[in-house]
Design a protein around this ligand. Structure first.
Ligand code: ATP
Ligand code: MG
Ligand code: MG
Length: 387
């Protein structure tokens, strides 16, 4: 029985391990944190840092096939592993997704083919760039080019003065200023591509964020038109092909109020907005990751049930005005129709920390949304507005 390796031990690694094990593989996780979500379920845990040569050698000795569950894994570590075995996605692809400016240049280059471009933007590396940013980029959002996620490392700026102050507060980190766009809604497109170049694309997922963190994902998207859906799916397939990517790639898009499509960013791994695939598609995004890594054929991406996914942040573990975590009323949530609860085994609940998710499946999206709203009431979450 062979073993698949993964860099990173969070929930994405845990769900990868579940999928790998159900296909008969053992799993080795490299992650410095003891007791992390993935190490709880994997057969092997290498507990070193992501750059430790001994750790990388140990992971290679356990598994000749290695993937990653987070985009900030050092690209050099992926390249080092690639000298000893098969690594997917490749370090070169991951490093594009690690830097928003490099990523935007890449998307712009793909634009001739995809017809979809990133938001107007300007790299901000020093005060000179602050002075030369076009007036048309205000109001805008200043984002660090590296390491940002869940809206961290982002500041909204109304004018150049606010930009200067926000950039100063970034303490020398290279940033990008993006024009604030009039969003109608947000979607993501999950794709997978094998070593043989065969690629598949999942249905369009519609995402709602709260406080910069993914809140719900609805599939099918209630807003997207067939035209926009087709354009986004084609763009995603063009992008994954252009990268020569092997693995699962998720691309986030904005749909603007005039109906036009803008590409935001990509994640070189399964994505939070793709968790619904576990319960609502023939092949989950994690099984797809396993298949691409093991050089097996891709699975069927067909969705068999409408789905509404609710993220469970640590906030749900706290009563209002209490600092003592307690277990939420899962018995009540699990009594709702079509509920699929996934908890990540994180030792400690913290506010804004992703602790789990629930996917509601039903015969219609409206029924799944209704169950999701009921779950919000049970869990003390302000329910989403219905589209
Ligand atoms: P993730 O957790 O998805 O990796 P992130 O921290 O990398 O998020 P972005 O996806 O770039 O950040 O931005 C977070 C959210 O902020 C977007 O989903 C969108 O709601 C909003 N946003 C970002 N850029 C813009 C923009 N140019 N115009 C309008 N809204 C934006
Ligand atoms: Mg991001
Ligand atoms: Mg994002």
């Amino acid at each position: 029985q062979s073993c698949l390796g993964i860099m990173g031990g969070g929930q994405l690694g845990r769900m990868f391990a579940h999928a790998a094990q159900s296909l008969g593989y053992r799993v080795a996780v490299l992650e410095p944190e003891a007791g992390c979500p993935a190490a709880q379920v994997a057969e092997h845990h290498v507990g070193t840092g992501y750059e430790d040569p001994d750790g990388l050698a140990a992971l290679s000795a356990l598994s000749r096939h290695v993937t990653t569950e987070f985009e900030n894994v050092p690209a050099d570590s992926l390249k080092a592993l690639a000298m000893r075995g098969f690594v997917a996605p490749a370090g070169d692809c991951v490093s594009i997704a690690q830097d928003r400016l490099v990523e935007k240049h890449f998307f712009t280059r793909c634009g001739a083919q995809t017809g979809v471009y990133p938001a107007p933007h300007w790299g901000i590396a020093d005060q000179k760039d602050v002075a030369s940013a076009s007036e048309t980029l205000f109001p805008g959002i200043l984002k660090t080019v590296r390491m940002g996620y869940d809206g961290k490392g982002q500041v909204r700026v109304r004018d150049r003065e606010e930009l200067a102050a926000a950039f100063a507060a970034m303490r020398g980190q290279v940033c990008v200023l993006e024009k604030m766009l009039p969003l109608a809604y947000e979607v993501s497109v999950l794709t997978a591509r094998g070593v043989d170049g065969a690629a598949e694309v999942y249905p369009i997922a519609e995402n709602v964020h709260r406080d910069g963190i993914l809140f719900t994902t609805l599939v099918p998207s209630p807003h997207v038109s067939p035209d926009v859906a087709e354009k986004a799916q084609k763009a995603a397939l063009d992008i994954i092909g252009e990268l020569g990517y092997v693995g699962v790639l998720c691309i986030e898009f904005f749909v603007l109020q005039d109906g036009s499509l803008v590409v935001n960013e990509m994640a070189p791994r399964p994505h939070n907005s793709g968790h619904y695939t576990i319960d609502a598609c023939v092949t989950s995004q994690f099984e797809q990751q396993v298949r691409t890594l093991a050089q097996l054929p891709l699975g069927d991406v067909r969705q068999h049930s409408p789905a509404a996914m609710l993220n469970l942040l640590g906030d749900v573990w706290f009563e209002p005005d209490s600092e003592i975590a307690r277990e939420p009323a899962w018995d009540k949530v699990l009594a709702l129709p079509g509920a699929n609860l996934h908890l990540y085994g994180k030792a400690e609940a913290r506010r804004a920390r992703k602790m789990g998710h629930i996917t509601f499946v039903a015969a219609t999206l409206a029924e799944a949304q209704l169950a999701l709203a009921q779950a919000c009431d049970i869990l003390g979450i302000v329910a989403p507005e219905l589209a």
